[in-house]
Ligand binder design. Structure first.
Ligand code: PCA
Length: 220
């Protein structure tokens, strides 16, 4: 079973992107711990053009069975397992190449939306059982994260690679959250990298466990 785990480079005024650190650590840990799982990680640029090119290259060369894409969701205090990707790019800020699409479809010929093909409810349940704050999210936004989730599911629907795909947002790490506000103002929510790594490892193992249970894609 081949699993691609992607994170993102920093963007906007976020100096680090925890999704890149977590993608690398999870891929290496799972590879070392489980002989049945082959993992590969990649850090995607926060660029609509370059991220798409790299994603297509990864799909063509690595041919993952499962793609778990990670990104930063500033302001969240929980792991957000995304349910849906929508066919729109509507950017509040330019990407790292200065490109800022507004109200543009990702693919004018593509369907309006795709649902995650990861076992999102099983993942959230297992995370909560492990004491990790987690929820299903019904919007991955309209920026790079939604874009990558849409492209992955679009490739999956058309070409069968990957067979299953989805997106998980993680919070700011505390090391970054503490620097983001004036000393007299409360700081934004955060989650340690260690806890986020633990969470995404659980998500990877749950995705593998449910890989061959298509009817239990969204178990109760
Ligand atoms: N978060 C952004 C893009 C890259 C990232 O880590 C998003 O939620 O779209």
């Amino acid at each position: 079973m081949k699993i691609l785990i992607t994170g993102f480079e920093p963007f906007g005024d976020y100096k680090v992107n925890p999704s890149a650190i977590v993608a690398e650590r999870v891929a290496k840990d799972v590879l070392a711990e489980d002989i049945n799982i082959d993992t590969f990680y990649a850090i995607l640029p926060v660029s609509f053009k370059r991220a798409r090119e790299l994603l297509e290259k990864l799909f063509n060369e690595y041919k993952p069975d499962i793609h778990i894409a990670l990104g930063l969701r500033p302001g969240a205090s929980f792991i957000a397992v995304e349910r849906v990707a929508i066919n729109i790019m509507d950017s509040r800020i330019p990407d790292n190449d200065g490109y800022q699409p507004i109200d543009e479809p990702i693919d004018p010929q593509g369907p309006p939306a795709y649902f995650s093909t990861l076992p999102i409810k099983a993942i959230v349940r297992k995370l909560r059982e492990s004491g990790i704050p987690a929820t299903i999210s019904n919007s991955a936004g309209t920026y790079l994260c939604n874009y990558i989730m849409y492209l992955s599911l679009h490739n999956s629907a058309r070409f069968g690679i990957p067979k299953r795909a989805g997106f998980i947002h993680i919070p700011l790490p505390p090391e970054d959250a503490v620097n983001r506000r004036d000393l007299s103002i409360g700081i934004p929510p955060s989650m340690s990298i260690d806890l986020a790594v633990k969470a995404i490892k659980i998500a990877v193992k749950t995705a593998v466990e449910y890989f061959n249970k298509p009817d239990e894609r969204v178990p109760p």
